[in-house]
Design a protein around this ligand. Sequence first.
Ligand SMILES: [Fe+2]
Length: 363
Amino acid sequence: MRKNQAGQAAANGYKIIVVDDEQGIVDSLSIFLKRSGYDFTGETNPLKAIEKVKNEHFDMMILDFMMDPIHGDEVVEEIRKFNKELYILLLTGHKDLAPPLETIRRLDIQGYCEKSDKFDQLLLLIESGVKSIEQMHTISRINDELKDSKEQLEKAYLDTIGILRHTVEAKDPYTRGHSDRVSEFSVLLGEKLGLDEEQLHQLKIGGLFHDIGKIGIPDSILLKESKLDDDEYSQIKNHPMIGVHMLGDAEIFKDIIPIVKHHHERFDGRGYPSGLKGDKIPYHARICAVVDTFDAMTSKRSYRDALPLTYVIEEIEKCSGSQFDPAISSVFVDILKNDYSSIKKIQDKYKSNGDIANIENWK
Ligand SMILES: [Fe+2]
């Protein structure tokens, strides 16, 4: 009695469909399974059984092997095309040949047993099946919870990015077009350099935020059209570190800090803020440095038009090895010479919204 109660507790709520072309077997199993506490559905036509599984949820299928018009393994084959979750037990008659082991494995049939007048062996298989189903449910619930929290985290991340971007744009209308272009130029260059998806994502976000520290620069300097004096220029040079302090404590931005901090380093070590040299400069920052300067040179200014492409290419080549990592700038020059339409597409997509005061002030 106690054992039966325990079995019923385990059976609660589990839906089993029995498919056997012998009505007698379906009837016996109906009595037996209902008595054991399962939610029972019987079907003598294997084709109709497939339809039922398509339209209704079942936890488990108990399936005869030798049936007309199709055999049990064919039923499973059809079901597996649209349902990989259903737990399937195959029943074989005394005189039947069981399907080959290979077939059982391939179709993901979880167990099989011979038909018998007693259902003891079948009941044990069903009970162990129910345990597996419970474990599957637990795993899938945990996966769903993990997915939900990951999605929430990503949403919070994107929201944070949105707020920060709007803050910078409110301060300096030039930044929007510039940052978007630097972001996409960096990704384009990163692709040509063979970087993986994760690195390209870091370049994308890093490009959007490389100048975020400009928020901390007084407007009188930020928007000044004439040449800056030494004191003003040294304040400008604070913007990478201001950006680092702004983003510094947020775990989600840690991967883009190197870009924010080091995009004004020079390959020869004469840049700022750290005076890093060569490959001591983070790779992503070296990429950003090339496209950042390119965008500054090719943007229209209140006091001049965009510089001509041939001049810009010459400048980048001239600065290769001094300002820029030659291995990176040469690939970018190659894009400019041979794939300029990709650059143009980005320029057209993010037309400059305003003017930076004096390009020389931002080199
Ligand atoms: Fe900058």
